[in-house]
Write a protein that binds this ligand. Structure first.
Ligand code: NAD
Length: 324
């Protein structure tokens, strides 16, 4: 895998799930980190352990507004955005503004700093895909006016803006299309599948599976996702790269594994299928393997065991203690 050390990184959205793990990895690689986050879906509790680190500075700020004067960086990693459907459906206009104005502000900082710019895009740019698994060459199938469009289209616009900065200004950009990621540090109530299953299974409550559970998902453990993001940041790649786990599993299989590992005897309860739920979602990571030498290494049982262990801890404010 490609390795390159950055001196100073700005991480937008560093108070969130993936961003806090990315900040942790950068700090451990000896990079100074400035985290900009307005805490609309993140918490200072999630980064309490980062705040104790000398190389870490936190700025509570909405990136949709102009950034305060900042020093130069050699990496700008733009992760700020509500990311779970519960959050972006609650914050539709904020999500669009963050994808548009927030991305522009982060790109401007990268341009004026001559920094590497890393955009956290998403598999949602593929929408309800008509191609399976999804390769980066697929242009997607997105409803531009549906409720979920605030997220999907914000990310598609963010990709367009990033590509335009590269073409117009020669900004050194990278676009990561992140697929479903899970692990310690997720909010139990963020509505995503893994924390919901884990919360229910640990409480001994029924684990709710939408429909018959034969719809598929591909889950990437957060350490693997962060490895992929850093490999992409360190590379010279400008084209989008899928970062995800191609191991495609039925939702019912994931629910059963969470129940088994939690060991509290929760049953499964099938509830109405969500009409907006894609039937299948699976990355083709041929490009990531070829250009980054990256592929995920954590198997589902191991990743779920670590995630459940973290959620089971009564004081889940300290991600570090659970991930060491
Ligand atoms: P998260 O909600 O845990 O973290 C997002 C962070 O961004 C939060 O701390 C939030 O407060 C912050 N934020 C949002 N809008 C902001 C704004 N205007 N100004 C400053 N801060 C703002 O989400 P996550 O799962 O960590 O996702 C991080 C990034 O990765 C997002 O851009 C998301 O779209 C992308 N992504 C994540 C996944 C996944 O499975 N976790 C999958 C695909 C893409």
């Amino acid at each position: 895998m490609i390795s390159r050390r950055f001196e100073r990184a700005l991480v937008t959205g560093g108070g969130g799930f993936v961003g806090s793990h990315l900040c942790d990895r950068l700090l451990r690689d000896g990079t100074e980190v400035v985290c900009v986050d307005d805490l609309c879906t993140g918490t200072t509790r999630a980064i309490a352990w980062l705040l104790r680190h000398d190389g870490f500075r936190f700025l509570e700020h909405d990136v949709a507004g102009p950034l305060p004067p900042l020093d130069r960086f050699d990496l700008v990693a733009h992760l700020a955005s509500p990311a779970s459907p519960v959050d972006y459906l609650r914050l539709p206009l904020e999500t669009l503004r963050t994808g548009a104005d927030g991305t522009r502000h982060a790109l401007e900082l990268a341009r004026t700093s001559s920094a590497r710019f890393l955009l956290a895009s998403t598999s949602e740019v593929y929408g309800d895909p008509l191609e399976h698994p999804q390769r980066e060459t697929y242009w997607g199938n997105v409803n531009p006016i549906g409720p979920r469009s605030v997220y999907d289209e914000a990310k598609r616009y963010a990709e367009a803006l990033t590509a335009a900065y590269h073409r117009e200004y020669g900004t050194d950009v990278a676009i990561a299309r992140i697929f479903n990621t899970y692990g310690p540090g997720m909010r139990a109530d963020d509505g995503r599948m893994v924390p919901t299953f884990v919360r229910q299974a640990l409480a001994g409550e029924p684990v709710t599976v939408h429909g018959d559970g034969t719809q598929t998902r591909s889950l990437c453990y957060v350490d693997d996702t962060v490895d992929g993001l850093l490999a992409l940041a360190a590379s010279a790649e400008h084209e989008p790269v899928n970062i995800g786990n191609p191991d495609e599993l039925q939702v019912i299989t994931i629910a059963d594994e969470v129940r088994r590992l939690a060991g509290r005897g929760s049953p499964v309860r099938h509830v109405a299928a969500d009409p907006d739920d894609p039937r299948q979602r699976c990355p083709d990571i041929t490009r990531a393997r070829a250009v980054l030498g990256w592929s995920p290494r954590t198997d589902l049982t191991d990743g779920l065991r670590r995630t459940i262990g973290w959620f089971a801890d009564a004081d889940v404010g300290d991600v570090q203690s659970a991930t060491r």
